[in-house]
Design a protein around this ligand. Structure first.
Ligand code: ZN
Length: 137
């Protein structure tokens, strides 16, 4: 239970981080935009340059952080590349068979998820739990 909690916290952190980055991009874009309008007014060229400079800095910062975040995310995505544990379940009413990732509490001849096909909301019977090797390149 504690492990799934920390995962949720981690997800929340990432979405908050993305929100901050989006905010940063928004501010940078408006800085650049106002900088350009300043530049058109020849009396405040310096203010325009500073504004555009700050905006570009913000964009670079956001891009850099996004790049790092992407690296972290792809590392998370790469994690389950090893053999995958799968659960095969079969509906007792309509014989519909489904295979899904194994989850805690699954056991052979135990109850699986409700059947999505016949709509009787009956729990399917777990027929097999097996390992699936990753596809070889
Ligand atoms: Zn069914």
């Amino acid at each position: 239970m504690s492990s799934s909690n920390s995962e949720e916290k981690y997800d929340l952190n990432i979405s908050f981080f993305i929100f901050l980055l989006a905010f940063l991009v928004l501010i940078s874009a408006s800085l650049i935009y106002s900088g350009i309008t300043y530049l058109q007014d020849t009396s405040s060229t310096t203010t325009g340059m500073i504004s555009i400079g700050l905006g570009l800095l913000g964009l670079v910062l956001a891009g850099y952080n996004l790049f790092r975040l992407q690296g972290r995310l792809s590392m998370i995505g790469r994690a389950p590349v090893g053999p995958q544990v799968l659960t095969r379940e079969k509906c007792k009413s309509c014989d519909y068979e489904a295979t899904r990732p194994f989850k805690e509490g699954d056991y052979v001849y135990g109850n699986g998820d409700p059947c999505t096909k016949c709509g009787k909301n009956e729990l399917m019977l777990i027929g097999a739990i097996f390992l699936k090797k990753p596809p070889k390149k």
